[in-house]
Structure formats: structure tokens, C-alpha cells
Design a protein around this ligand. Structure first.
Ligand code: ZN
Ligand code: ZN
Ligand code: ZN
Length: 267
């Protein structure tokens, strides 16, 4: 599956060139689900369990922190209020037993021996998979990969500080890219593959990211976007963006050459 190819490539790049740093586009958090529910920070939606942190909703999953791992094997992780979860609730085995997390792996503990199992890649609960109609992933690594590519990266720190604005921006950006049929306004490449549509980005023509009027926005592929001016070239030198351009170019090189993308010759 393509998702995993990307992951492998990115791991390879990590191994070859880059120091190991967490550059996920979202905050990695692990929280006691019951505690957060009590505080009113948790919303169950059909594709995940959303946790509000400092005014931002983060998407994640739930899993049991202490399970009978040795006896029954690794527990599943859940993204919905499925029948397994309902059953746990009815038996009084829900509150205090589940954690909310959004990372690729988890640490769990055997309930009886207290043995720790670290960096475990849990499998998705079958009921949840049916309920949410999920085909893109089957384990926490897949959940994380998809979350990572669905989360758009704000382009500077200014934006990061403006929480309300960032949330709003993701909707504006998504709508604008749909209207433009995920086509780059510069080189005209059109991306049909859903997962690859992250390569089509929304640029602010005058550089003012608070001006989201239509005539200030432009759909660009990540290669054109990164080359549009000097400021962008510098911004796109972050590890995450370098990966993104590399995977985009690797996959779409032939098309980019064919449509005469002005920057492809540099890659
Ligand atoms: Zn489930
Ligand atoms: Zn382009
Ligand atoms: Zn831009």
C-alpha cells in the first residue's frame, strides 16, 4: 500500500540524512480518557475520539492501558463507541482503564505481572473498523500515518499561536483545493489520488496569511509552492517539507517532466 511506501521512504531518509526528531504536524499526547471525559474534553466522532487541548481538537484513539497481555495477547485499539466498548462500560470496566493517544505506538502493561510492553503497534478493533468503515489502516502505525498526512502544516510560528485561525484555515484550504480540483495553478498538475492531495497546497499571494479572500489564494503543488519566492524556499527547507517534496517528485516525476514543470530539472 502506498501509505507504507511513504513511511519506509521517510524512515530511510531519517536513517541516511537526518537526526531523529519528532516532527509530527500535531502534538503527541497520551491522556487518561476518563479524566478527560470528566473535564468535558472528549468527543466521540465516527472516525476517532477527539480530545480538546488548549482549544484545539486532536484526533486519537483509545486503548486499555493494563490488559491481560500475557494471557490473551495484545488488546485492540478503538476509534468508536463500538459494542466492545459498550460491553466494557456495562461491566464497569471502562472508566479508569482507557487511555487516549494519537501516536504510532503505545506502551501497555500486563495486568497481573506488571510487565511493560513498549513501542507496541496495536491492531484496530474489528467492530470499530466496520462501524467507521475504515480501509486505510489496520493498526496504530497506520492510524498515525493517515493522521499525519491529513494534518496540514501551518507555515510559520505566527500561525501556530493563533489557534482559532489555524482551525479555520484548514477548512478554508480544503474547500479551496476541492474547488480547484486539486490542480496546481502554476504547472497544472492535477492530483486525483486522495492521499496524495496533500501535495496540493494553498498559497497566499501577498504573503499575508490572515487574508483568505479568494483572490489572495492560489492552489500550488508542493514543488511550485516551495519555489515561488525566496521566503518559501527557506520555509520549505524543514525536514518535513523536504520529505514531502522528495516523495512527490519521486512519484510524479514523469508527469512533472511531461507537463514541463519549471522546477523539476533541479531534482
Ligand atoms: Zn472497537
Ligand atoms: Zn505545480
Ligand atoms: Zn505560500
Amino acid at each position: 500500500m502506498k501509505l507504507y511506501d511513504f513511511k519506509k521512504l521517510s524512515q530511510k531518509l531519517d536513517f541516511l540524512k537526518y537526526p531523529e526528531v519528532n516532527e509530527s504536524r500535531f502534538e503527541i499526547v497520551r491522556k487518561d480518557l476518563s479524566e478527560e471525559e470528566k473535564r468535558g474534553n472528549v468527543t466521540f466522532k465516527e472516525d476517532g475520539i477527539y480530545l480538546m487541548i488548549n482549544g484545539i481538537e486532536h484526533k486519537g484513539y483509545m486503548y486499555i492501558k493494563k490488559a491481560d497481555v500475557i494471557q490473551y495477547g495484545q488488546p485492540k485499539f478503538h476509534i468508536t463507541n463500538c459494542s466492545v466498548i459498550q460491553d466494557q462500560k456495562n461491566r464497569g470496566y471502562f472508566n479508569g482503564h482507557y487511555f487516549w493517544h494519537n501516536s504510532n505506538t503505545v506502551t501497555i502493561e500486563d495486568r497481573n505481572t506488571h510487565q511493560l510492553f513498549e513501542n507496541i503497534n496495536l491492531n484496530l478493533c474489528g467492530r470499530c473498523r466496520e462501524l467507521a468503515n475504515i480501509e486505510e489502516y489496520r493498526n496504530t502505525q497506520g492510524f498515525f500515518d493517515l493522521l499525519d498526512i491529513q494534518t496540514e502544516e501551518p507555515q510559520n510560528n505566527e500561525e501556530l499561536d493563533m489557534f482559532g485561525y489555524v482551525k479555520d484555515w484548514q477548512q478554508i484550504s480544503k474547500k479551496f483545493r476541492i474547488e480547484n480540483e486539486f490542480t496546481c495553478d502554476n504547472c497544472k498538475i492535477k492530483i486525483e489520488n486522495k492521499i496524495d492531495q496533500r501535495y496540493i497546497q494553498v498559497h497566499h499571494r501577498n504573503g499575508n496569511k490572515l487574508n483568505n479572500k479568494r483572490d489572495n489564494l492560489q492552489c500550488l503543488c508542493t514543488l511550485c509552492h516551495s519555489n515561488i519566492d525566496e521566503r518559501h524556499t527557506v520555509n520549505f527547507q524543514k525536514k518535513r517539507s523536504v520529505h514531502e517534496i522528495a516523495t512527490f517528485v519521486e512519484k510524479y516525476r514523469d508527469i512533472l517532466i511531461q507537463i514541463d514543470n519549471p522546477y523539476i530539472k533541479n531534482y
